[in-house]
Design a protein around this ligand. Structure first.
Ligand SMILES: *[C@@H]1O[C@H](CO)[C@@H](O)[C@H](O)[C@H]1NC(C)=O
Ligand SMILES: CC(=O)N[C@H]1CO[C@H](CO)[C@@H](O)[C@@H]1O
Length: 610
């Protein structure tokens, strides 16, 4: 980082992060960009969660009997619906009705049915109790209940399949044509398919719309997130990275159930949550293209032009020498990257330890994705008001993020990943065993809180363990495996159909298994990141399974909590900034890893140490 603005040293490396302090780390333009993240945070929250609210099915539904429709609902039920026990609770059948001639029944003026009458499945559709969920959804209109109760689950999985395709396609667009076209494209697809959803007249039409809606999921926010983080100076990056998600995303997620509740119309909800995406077409006028991407395309002049715009708006002045050094550095980095391009994911599986690490990372990340997604979707099974539960659960994301920012660089990744997953597992299992609804929902939400912490650790951990030369591809690979796991999540939630206990029990067990697996990974806190495949192979060989960063360190290095925290938090935030969402765009991660590699071994660190 430059120390003397007026006296830039000659012929030194100036990479993007070192240039930023000259244009202002968090100046007026960056603040504007930070605010421009708000709509995109809303988009992703809505793209991710809105399907929950347009496929809700009221717990209480029963067969419709056209002949009795003019009677009061209680009498109608008494006459046509047989009793049924659901687990412990006395209830009435959801999928069966008495098989009698109802015109006859009316004439005999009966008040209640005879339990000995034969029964049959509903053959005239269903009625729903709209007290708790006060609106019809696509699932109630198309009667996705009883034999068809799994259809919303399938639709959700199809959404994730779409997310995989969308991630790959727009990742390619982002590399080829730039971040802004990808950002606009992904949001437009979301807008069109979101609006198209309201015309769906059967399951397959709905599923196709969901598939394309899923395209938007991976990039509609992260592309913007990455763009903005790139332009924010390293000192402010942690703040921007965490606050944008903690505040905007959480707020949008908390707001969503109430939008659905007050609109009380699934089509309107769909429109209101997908039409705003079209605003993304305005981004070229407000948001600059990624300078890093321009540089990687050899368009350094354009990148410099953008930086001049920052100078103007922030009212700063960058010495010409700095720009010159920057150009030189760009040229050199580009050459370095050419070399890295000859490796692929396969290389991760060639040597034994690296193979073990990679497989563990994949399994752990799959467990995390599965458990997290399962929890998100399980709100419906918690037997409480789904709107309130969802809001409370979404609100846990704020403390989870804050907590993580505070401890991740003190306690290390390994124990924190293990701890948060195991504790999440314990909460979930516990929640599945208690019968009190409120108590159980609270525990389930605690479980979700913990797994959200693991989720955040997960990808970063992967990025740190994989050697630089294949880091980008490796992280992308793991990320995709996470989506594959998410495809299964809705089915675990669907187990609730058989027994309310099952989903949480399964999620809990998976959490504990994932957590224990994390212990077999090496710790990365305060370690130099592996660069070559050989580094990756040897990484952590000296560590025992019970090692803990702070306790073992303190003896020989008393400054463990303070200065290391400061240093690695910049390293972390810069890396995380580029990795968190944009995992499929390899070139960028590669660049950011070069950047962080340098900041780990670079002089500033030594100064701090000595
Ligand atoms: C619908 O649900 C509400 C609230 O749970 C309940 O009070 C009401 O009796 C139910 N109506 C029918 C017809 O079951
Ligand atoms: C604190 C934390 O990890 N929050 C995350 C919870 O999950 C959502 C959805 O994936 C993330 O966007 C949050 O960052």
């Amino acid at each position: 980082m430059p120390k003397h603005k007026d006296d830039p040293p000659k012929d030194r490396d100036v990479d993007f992060d070192e240039l930023l302090p000259y244009v202002g780390e968090f100046g007026t333009y960056q603040k504007i960009l930070f605010c421009l993240m708000i709509p995109f945070a809303f988009y992703v929250a809505w793209v991710y969660f809105s399907q929950i609210f347009i496929t809700l099915v009221p717990e209480e539904h029963w067969c419709k009997v056209p002949e009795l429709m003019d009677m009061s609902v209680d009498r109608r039920i008494a006459l046509s619906i047989p009793p049924e026990t659901h687990g412990m609770m006395e209830g009435r059948a959801k999928c069966l009705m008495y098989d009698v001639n109802y015109t006859d029944v009316r004439e005999r003026d009966l008040q209640v049915a005879d339990p000995d009458w034969p029964t049959k499945p509903c053959d005239n559709g269903w009625e729903f109790n709209y007290t708790v969920i006060p609106y019809a959804t696509v699932a109630t209109e198309l009667e996705w209940v009883c034999d068809n109760a799994a259809l919303p689950t399938f639709a959700q999985s199809i959404f994730f399949v779409g997310a995989i395709f969308g991630g790959l396609i727009f990742g390619w667009v982002a590399d080829r044509y730039g971040r802004i076209p990808a950002l606009i494209g992904t949001n437009l697809v979301g807008f069109l398919s979101g609006v198209a959803t309201i015309f769906a007249g059967n399951f397959w039409e709905f599923a196709v719309c969901r598939f394309f809606f899923g395209f938007a999921f991976d990039n509609c926010f992260t592309m913007m997130y990455i763009l903005v983080l790139e332009y924010v100076g390293p000192k402010w990056r942690t703040f921007v990275a965490n606050m944008s998600i903690a505040l905007f995303f959480t707020f949008a997620a908390c707001l969503l159930p109430w939008i659905a509740y007050y609109l009380a119309d699934w089509r309107l909800t769909c429109v209101v949550t997908s039409v705003p995406l079209v605003l993304a077409v305005a981004t070229p006028w407000f948001v600059p293209e990624s300078a890093r991407w321009l540089v990687s395309q050899g368009q350094v002049d354009k990148a410099v032009l953008i930086l001049h715009k920052f100078e103007r708006i922030n009212k700063t002045k960058v010495p010409d020498q700095v720009f010159k050094d920057f150009r030189d550095t760009c040229a050199r980095i580009q050459k370095e990257e050419e070399v890295d391009k000859s490796y692929s994911v396969i290389d991760l599986f060639r040597s034994p330890r690296l193979r073990k690490i990679t497989i563990l990372l994949v399994l752990i990340w799959m467990a995390i994705s599965l458990v997290f997604d399962g929890h998100v979707r399980n709100v419906d099974n918690l037997r409480l008001d789904v709107f309130v539960t969802f809001t409370v659960a979404a609100a846990t994301e704020l403390p989870a993020d804050t907590f993580l920012t505070l401890v991740l660089d003190r306690w290390g990744r390994r124990w924190l990943a293990c701890g948060s997953m195991v504790i999440s597992g314990i909460f979930s299992v516990w929640a599945s065993l208690v019968s009190n609804n409120i108590y159980s929902a609270t525990l389930a939400i605690m479980g979700r809180f913990c797994v959200n912490i693991s989720y955040n650790i997960g990808l970063q951990y992967a990025a740190e363990l994989l050697p630089t030369v294949v880091r980008a591809q490796g992280v992308a690979f793991i990320h995709i495996m996470g989506y594959v796991a998410s495809i299964i999540a809705p089915f675990i939630v669907y187990l609730g159909f058989f027994s309310n206990v099952l989903p949480l029990l399964v999620l809990g067990i998976l959490g504990v298994i994932g957590g224990v697996l994390a212990l077999f990974l090496p710790e990365t806190l305060d370690k130099e990141l592996p660069q070559t495949l050989q580094d990756g192979e040897n990484f952590g060989k000296d560590q025992g399974i019970w090692d803990m960063p702070c306790f073992t360190k303190k003896a020989d290095d008393a400054e463990c909590p303070t200065s290391n925290f400061r240093r690695s938090s910049t390293v972390r935030s810069s890396r995380r900034a580029s990795i968190r969402g944009e995992t499929l765009r390899s070139s960028m991660i590669q660049r950011s890893s070069i950047r962080s590699r340098r900041s780990v071994v670079a002089p500033p660190l030594e100064e701090e140490r000595l």
